[in-house]
Structures are given as C-alpha cells and as structure tokens.
Design a protein around this ligand. Structure first.
Ligand code: LLP
Length: 438
C-alpha cells in the first residue's frame, strides 16, 4: 500500500506530497510516515489473524507494540482500525489512552513496572497486565486489593527459545531479564501464586521470543511449550485459561536481501501450530493474541536527511569509499551502530544519471561509529543540499532517538492524500535549553 513515487524530474513524493516541500516546511532530519501504508499493514495483520483463528477460537487479537513507534496520532489509527495496543510504560499507556484506545484493549508490559505504572493501569482498567517476574505478583495483587479491583493478568514465560535474525536455537535461553523460567519450574510456581490471590485473574500465558524473526519454527516450539504448561495449569488447578499470547517479532525487509512473510502466512502457520498443539493436548483452544510492532511500523516510514559534507577515502586495494554526511545520525537511528542493522539510501530530491559511487552515509556526531547506512551506491554528483531518504525507519528509530551532542530530535509527520500532519513536533534548541537547570 505504499504511496511513494517519483515525479518527472525524479523527485520523491509520498502520500501525494513532494519531499522537498516536507523538508522546507518541517526541516530535516524528518521521519515521514506513509499513513495508508502503516494502517493497511495494521489492518492486514488484524484481518489475517481474525480470519485464520476464526474457526479455532473466534478470531485472534493483534496488539500493536507501541515501543516500535507511538504518538497520539498513531494510537488514534490503532483505535479507529480496531487493533489492540501493547504498552511497556506509563508513557506508552498514556499515549494509547489519548488516542482513544479502549483501556480493555490495552496491555501493560515491563520487567520493572513502577508502582505508579501499575496503579495507573489498574485505575484506567487495562485489559491485561503482563506479570514479568514472581516479585511482581504480590505488588500487583496488593495494589488491586487497595483499590477493590481484580487485576486481569497474564504470565510472561521464558520458554527457552532463543530467536535470532534468520534463525532460532531451540535451547534454553534462560540467562536474560525477561519472564519467568519454564524449565526451572518457576513459571508453574508463579502460576500457583497468582491463582492464590483473589485480586488477580489469570487470563493465560505469554511469551515473546525475539524480534526481526523470519523463521516461524521458533514460534512452534514456543507455542508447544506454552500450551503444555497451559494444559497442566488447567488440569492441576481446575481452572480455565481463556487466553494465550505469542508475542511479536515478525521480520521486515531492511534491504532487498530480506524476505518478510505476509501477515496471512504468519497467521495461517500460527493457527495450524496452535490447532495441532491443542489437539495433542486435548484442550480447548484459548483466544490467541500477538504483538507485532516492527512489521507494522518499520516499512511505512523513511527518514529524510539533508546532505552536508562529503569526502573520499582510498581503501586497501585501491577502491574508494565516499563518506556522505547527513544532518542527523546515530541520535535518530541508533540501529546501525547498536545492532549492525542494514539500511539503504536513495537520493530523494532529484534524479541523477551520474555513475554510482560506493558510499557510506554517516551522521554528524562525534564518533566514527556514527553510521546510518554502511554501504550504498549513490550518484557521483551527490552533494551538499541534496535530500537523502533512508527507508524502513518506522520502528525503533524515532522511539530510540537521543539528544546526543545536544541535537534536537527530529519531528515525525504523517502524509496522506496530498497533505501532511505532524505526529511529533521537531524538538528545538530551546526545548533542550529549557531542560538545562542553568
Ligand atoms: N512484545 C513484546 C513483549 C516485546 O518485548 C516486543 C519487542 C514486541 C512485542 C514487538 O516486537 P516486534 O514485533 O517489534 O519485533 N530495539 C530493537 C527491538 C527490540 C524489541 C523489543 N521488544 C531493534 O531496534 O531491533
């Protein structure tokens, strides 16, 4: 559903708006969200899961993971399009509420929720609080009792599946901070503690195995282990667990080498897996939910930069590399430096027939690891004032942005049908100075 194209002069436009106009109006760097693309993707996940699970458990719920990127404008789309919302802090929760997402459709996560966050979740009546550790059980239960409410909870289980990009290792990945370990029996003990507190209503089990995953095999192992525990809990405690959450993590194409799965493929496979495991266990199929963030947000957005200085270096063997500096960098996209992520770049302001030169797109920060795009062939005549677009930056870029070197964080605009709407205003130097105690 992407609405990106080029005009006769080769200049990029998106949502019916020329990028040069966006740069002139909102400045650069700028995150440009193709609203229709974001929403079409969100709805595609919603419908694919509703359809694939319709006969099994009356449908499945898709929680958009706010951490990928959120703003009131985004949660308004989520609310209007009938998705659920995954939040991992009071701040993300607040944006969900501001956008009108019904609290019953909101989940609160976090391995170290503050009392304030739990209280807020209870006060507004979120649909689920995901218990991440045994230590939280009594805290949530006590806060619920003080307020005379019953807290709907899920238990995040560490299922022992380590998922990496392009692969998963079905061995115990216990040595990390999230969730309650299944293999050690801690998850079962936590279930018993939850069930012993009348202020808590256990909806079911939850697992999130990783991010940027292309191989659904990891979900198969995870679902099997979750449903085994699910069955055991129902049998041993004589309760019914109405829900099951399989987390998010579906991969997107950052470069042409990645081949993402379609929502219908993902939903279809997961439905098969859940159906088979429930049959094996002889249990009723719980209502399934998932939490994609990246797969909805990342492809919808590009970052628009203005090129500044360039320089060429000679590499061993005589090849040359050109460094193309842009007016942002690791403060608006830390993913290249932090995870070795791959991005691409394209000249946005004009066409060029000049030959391509091996280029590295770098930022303006004071360290050499400040790379946005490691390798890209960009036209030889690229220079100061040209606009560069880096696609696929809708997830975990603006949401992980920093003010390193006292750089104001970029704004985010949504474009659609020829007009642009600000989702997040660009920070100003005055905003930063206002935080300084002087
Ligand atoms: N559910 C839970 C409980 C999660 O922890 C996450 C992501 C998601 C859902 C959404 O996962 P997604 O569908 O977006 O892969 N900053 C990293 C990614 C961190 C993911 C954290 N949790 C990056 O830029 O690659």
């Amino acid at each position: 559903a992407r609405t990106v194209g080029r005009d006769a002069a080769g200049a990029l436009h998106v949502g019916g708006v020329a990028v040069a106009d966006l740069a002139a109006t909102y400045g650069t760097p700028l995150f440009v969200v193709d609203e229709l693309d974001f929403r079409t993707r969100a709805v595609a996940f919603r419908d694919a899961f509703a359809d694939a699970f319709a006969d099994l458990c009356g449908g499945a719920d898709v929680y958009y993971a706010s951490k990928a990127f959120t703003a009131t404008g985004v949660t308004r789309w989520i609310a209007a399009d009938g998705l659920h919302l995954d939040t991992a802090s009071a701040g993300e929760l607040e944006l969900g509420l501001r956008g009108g997402v019904p609290p019953a459709r909101i989940a609160l996560h976090g391995n170290n929720k503050s009392r304030r966050e739990i209280v807020r979740a209870l006060e507004v009546g979120v649909g689920r609080i995901v218990v991440d550790s045994p230590a939280e059980i009594d805290v949530i239960a006590d806060l619920a009792r003080e307020r005379g409410v019953v807290a709907p909870v899920m238990l995040r289980v560490t299922v022992g599946v380590e998922a990496h990009t392009h692969q998963y290792i079905a061995t115990a990945h216990e040595d990390q901070k999230f969730g309650v370990s299944l293999a050690s029996g801690q998850a079962e003990a936590a279930v018993a503690r939850i069930l012993a507190r009348p202020e808590l209503r256990l909806l079911g089990l939850h697992s999130h195995i990783g991010s940027q995953i292309f191989d659904l095999g990891g979900f198969e192992v995870s679902a099997r282990r979750l449903l085994e525990l699910h069955h055991k809990v129902e049998r041993d405690h004589g309760v019914e667990l109405p829900e099951l959450d399989l987390g998010g993590g579906y991969g997107v194409a950052y470069t042409s080498e990645d081949a993402p799965l379609a929502p219908t493929e993902i939903a279809g496979r997961l439905a098969e897996i859940v159906a088979r495991e429930c049959l094996v266990q002889g249990i009723a199929v719980p209502r399934v939910s998932v939490e994609p963030g990246r797969a909805i947000a990342a492809p919808s957005t590009f970052t628009l930069y203005e090129v500044g200085t360039t320089k060429e270096v000679e590499l061993d063997g005589g090849t040359r590399r050109r460094y193309v500096s842009v007016d942002g960098g690791m403060s608006d996209n830390i993913r290249t430096a932090l995870y070795g992520a791959d991005y691409s770049a394209t000249v946005a302001s004009r066409a060029s027939t000049a030959p391509g030169v091996l280029s590295r797109v770098v930022g303006k920060h004071c360290e050499s690891g400040d790379v946005v795009v490691r390798d890209e062939f960009l036209p030889e005549d690229l220079g100061g004032g040209d606009l560069l677009a880096v696609p696929g930056t809708g997830a975990y870029c603006r949401s992980m942005a920093s003010n390193y070197n006292q750089l104001p964080r970029p704004g985010v605009v949504a474009v659609r049908d020829g007009s642009a709407t600000v989702l997040v205003r660009r920070e100003t130097p005055e905003d930063l100075l206002a935080l300084d105690a002087g």
